[in-house]
Design a protein around this ligand. Structure first.
Ligand SMILES: [Fe+2]
Length: 467
C-alpha cells in the first residue's frame, strides 16, 4: 500500500505534506527546482484490519517551508527497507493564501464510502478545478476510524483517500468515477464527526462493535489525530482556528455518540436503562467550557475581526430538516421511561448561536444528516448543511427545523416535489451536491449532479450571498 500525498495546514511560507506506506520506509518531498525535504516517519498503531490485526501503515510527514508565493510542483518518494523506491505523480502545493486575499474553499462532509462520493469529487474537479485554497470538511470521513481500509483500500473502491486523491473506482449508470486529486493540490481543513470517534476497544472483538460502544469516559480520536495532526489548537487537532486568505475559519468538536433509531426527542424502549446514558455529547462546548471560552476569544481576536468572512465548521446540525437534527444537542435527562433531550437545553441553539450572532459569524457549515439545506437566523448568521455527497438519509419538512427557522429556498434552480412545488432541500440518493465558497464574490455556490444523467454537467442551483 502506498497512498498519494495530502496537504495540511499551510503557513505563510510553508505547508505540511503527509502520506502513508504499507511497510516501514523513509520518505521525502521532492520540490520543483531540485529541493528535497525529508519526512519524519512513524507507525500508525491504532489502525487495524477487520480481523482485529494491526494494519501495517506508516505515516510520513514533512513540513515544506521557505515557499514563495504561487504554486510549486512537488512529488513524494518513499524508500522501503529492501531499497525499493515508490513515488507519486507530480502535483502542486502553495503556502497559505495571505490574509486579505480572495480564496475558493470546497465545503464537504460525510463521504463514508457512500456510492456517489467519487462522482461528487470528480464533478468538483470538473466544475471548479483542483487548485482550490482549501477543503473545509464538516466531519464523517469514514465508517470506523480505526479500520485502515476505510481510509485507503476499502473493498467498495471508495476509501476516504481513494476518492480524495483520484484513486476511487465506482461505476454508476455506465460511468466510472475515480474521485479527483483534490488533497494533493488543496489543503484539508477537517472537523471531527461522530465517525471519527472510537469507542471501547477492549470490550469487543470487531472494529464496528468497538466503534459502536463509546462511553462518556471512554472514547478517543487517536486515529483521526494521527492522520490529521494539524491544524491544531490548544487541545491539539480537535479544534482549531486559521485565517485562510480573507476567510477566518474555526473548526469545533461538536458531535455526540450515535445511537441507532434515536430520531425523536426521547429514547426508544430498547435503550431503556442503558447505563451509557443515551446519545451523550463527546466534548463540552456549552458556555463556560474550555472549548467555548477558546471559541469566544478566537471570534473576538484581531484576525477574526479583520477577515472579510467568519466561518464556523462543526459536524452536528441543530438547524436542519435532516434525520440527525434531532434529538436536541444536549445531555440526556433521565426520565421514568428512559431519556429526554429537551430542546431548550440544546447547546448549539442556546449557547453557540448567540455567540455567532454577536461575533458577526457569516456562515456555519454542518454535516451529519446527508442532505443539503440552509437557513438564515435573525442575527444574520447563515447555517448550511451540504452533506448530500455520497447518499442521503432523507429530509423531514413536515417535522421542520427543530431550531425553529424556515429553510431558505435555493435561489437558482430548486428541485421540485411530486406536485411541482419547489423544494427547500436536496435529499437524494441519485443526485449528489457540493458547495464552493468564493470569497471574491462573497457567495457560496451549490451545485447538484444527477448521476442518472452522466452526460450533463453539475448544475448551479443555489447562491448564498454572504453579505
Ligand atoms: Fe455523523
Amino acid at each position: 500500500m502506498h497512498s498519494e500525498p495530502y496537504l495540511l495546514d499551510p503557513s505563510p511560507d510553508g505547508v505540511h505534506v503527509l502520506w502513508h506506506t504499507g511497510a516501514p520506509a523513509s520518505g521525502a518531498v521532492l520540490l520543483g527546482g531540485g529541493r528535497r525535504v525529508e519526512a519524519t516517519s512513524s507507525a500508525l498503531v491504532t489502525l487495524h484490519d477487520d480481523d482485529g490485526v494491526r494494519a501495517t501503515v506508516h505515516r510520513h510527514w514533512a513540513y515544506v517551508d521557505g515557499l514563495g508565493a504561487g504554486r510549486t510542483p512537488y512529488r513524494i518518494v518513499s524508500v522501503l527497507a529492501d531499497g525499493a523506491v515508490t513515488g507519486s505523480r507530480e502535483y502542486s502545493l502553495a503556502p497559505a493564501a495571505p490574509p486579505g486575499t480572495n480564496v475558493r474553499l470546497l465545503l464537504s462532509s460525510d463521504h463514508q464510502m457512500w456510492r456517489m462520493t467519487p462522482a461528487n469529487i470528480a464533478k468538483v474537479a470538473e466544475t471548479v478545478g483542483v487548485e482550490l485554497d482549501g477543503v473545509l470538511f464538516a466531519g464523517d470521513m469514514v465508517g470506523v476510524p480505526d479500520r485502515a481500509a476505510d481510509w485507503f483500500d476499502h473493498p467498495t473502491g471508495r476509501g476516504f483517500f481513494a476518492s480524495m486523491t483520484g484513486r476511487a473506482d465506482t461505476e454508476i449508470a455506465g460511468r466510472r468515477y475515480r474521485g479527483a486529486p483534490l488533497l494533493q493540490h488543496a489543503p484539508l481543513f477537517p472537523a471531527i464527526g461522530n465517525h471519527e470517534v472510537m469507542g471501547r476497544r477492549a470490550r469487543h472483538r470487531t472494529l464496528r462493535e468497538k466503534f459502536d460502544d463509546p462511553a462518556p469516559d471512554a472514547w478517543d480520536t487517536a486515529s483521526y489525530e494521527a492522520l490529521f495532526p494539524v491544524p491544531a489548537g490548544p487541545a491539539g487537532p480537535r479544534w482549531w482556528a486559521r485565517t485562510v486568505g480573507d476567510v477566518f475559519v474555526v473548526a469545533l468538536f461538536v458531535t455526540r455518540a450515535w445511537r441507532d433509531a434515536v430520531t425523536t426527542y426521547t429514547e426508544p424502549a430498547d435503550r431503556l436503562g442503558d447505563p451509557m446514558g443515551g446519545q451523550f455529547l463527546f466534548e463540552r462546548v456549552d458556555a463556560g467550557s474550555p472549548q467555548y471560552e477558546w471559541l469566544a476569544a478566537e471570534l473576538a481576536s484581531p484576525p477574526a475581526r479583520a477577515a472579510k468572512f467568519r466561518v464556523v465548521l462543526f459536524h452536528h446540525a441543530s438547524h436542519g430538516l435532516g434525520a440527525h437534527a434531532v434529538p436536541a444537542y444536549t445531555d440526556p435527562v433521565p426520565t421514568d421511561g428512559g431519556y429526554a433531550y429537551p430542546i431548550e437545553h440544546d447547546v448549539v441553539l442556546r449557547d453557540l448561536a448567540p455567540l455567532f450572532g454577536s461575533a458577526g459569524v457569516d456562515l456555519v457549515v454542518n454535516g451529519h444528516s446527508h442532505l443539503w439545506n440552509r437557513f438564515r437566523d435573525p442575527a444574520g448568521v447563515n447555517w448550511l448543511e451540504t452533506s448530500n455527497v455520497g447518499n442521503s438519509y432523507g429530509a423531514f419538512p413536515e417535522r421542520g427545523d427543530p431550531g425553529g427557522l424556515t429553510p431558505v429556498m435555493p435561489t437558482v434552480a430548486p428541485l421540485t416535489g411530486p406536485t411541482g412545488a419547489p423544494l427547500p432541500y436536496v435529499a437524494d440518493n441519485d443526485i449528489t451536491v457540493f458547495s464552493v465558497l468564493d470569497s471574491a464574490a462573497g457567495v457560496v455556490r451549490s451545485y447538484r449532479f444527477d448521476t442518472r444523467r452522466p452526460a450533463e454537467p453539475a448544475l448551479l442551483f443555489d447562491e448564498l450571498l454572504l453579505q
